[in-house]
Ligand binder design. Structure first.
Ligand SMILES: Cc1cc2nc3c(=O)[nH]c(=O)nc-3n(C[C@H](O)[C@H](O)[C@H](O)COP(=O)(O)O)c2cc1C
Length: 172
């Protein structure tokens, strides 16, 4: 699978099979996070790998929009330093890299940002100077993915030289 194929076929998944992801692939996901670029190369982020079923259930309780994480095989909590300019952009990039690295090997994932911060901090020992901003849950998909994405056409969202000006070329 090349990078474009990974991007174009990856869907966010919230229902996972019971088959476990091996340690090598979990390490690859975290290495992908480590290798991601960050604002001023500050590498301000910290990652917590959560894989015990009890801890995944706690993570679900600490969420307002990601209770599905309870059924994932493992999850990664991404915490960032809010004092770094662009730190939330860094969080988005690092999550996407982890998701694509996993998907290249057939492991699907979803993310959530609805976090009960105080509860999550307490339950996972996150220091006050870091903000847990996004969580990714990973696992083999339970169902075969149809690979269809609900996206706006390029002509609606991309322009040539000036906002609103039509693009005259496409992939086809
Ligand atoms: C910044 C961001 C925040 C998101 N927050 C949540 C969330 O809180 N809960 C959730 O289930 N999905 C969340 N998602 C997943 C999106 O709903 C999903 O990526 C989008 O619907 C497209 O899915 P698709 O690629 O499968 O078409 C989030 C995605 C992004 C990029």
């Amino acid at each position: 699978m090349d990078t474009y194929e990974a991007i174009s076929t990856k869907l966010d998944v919230r229902v996972f099979a019971t088959k476990h992801v091996d340690g090598r692939l979990k390490a690859k996901v975290l290495e992908s996070a480590r290798l991601t670029a960050s604002s001023m190369n500050s590498q301000h982020w910290r990652f917590i790998l959560v894989q015990e079923p009890k801890s995944l259930a706690t993570l679900a309780q600490d969420s307002t929009s990601g209770t599905w994480v309870k059924g994932s095989d493992f999850a990664v909590i991404v915490s960032i330093d809010p004092k770094i300019p662009g730190s939330t952009i860094d969080a988005g990039r690092v999550v996407q890299d982890m998701q694509l690295a996993a998907w290249e090997e057939g492991v699907a994932s979803g993310v959530f940002t609805g976090i009960r911060s105080q509860a999550l901090r307490k339950d996972f020992g996150i220091p006050e100077d870091l903000n847990p901003v996004i969580v990714a849950g990973f696992g083999y998909p339970k169902r075969k993915l149809l690979g269809r994405k609900n996206r706006k056409p390029l002509s609606e969202i991309a322009f040539l030289e000036r906002f609103g000006a039509e693009l005259s070329f496409s992939l086809k």
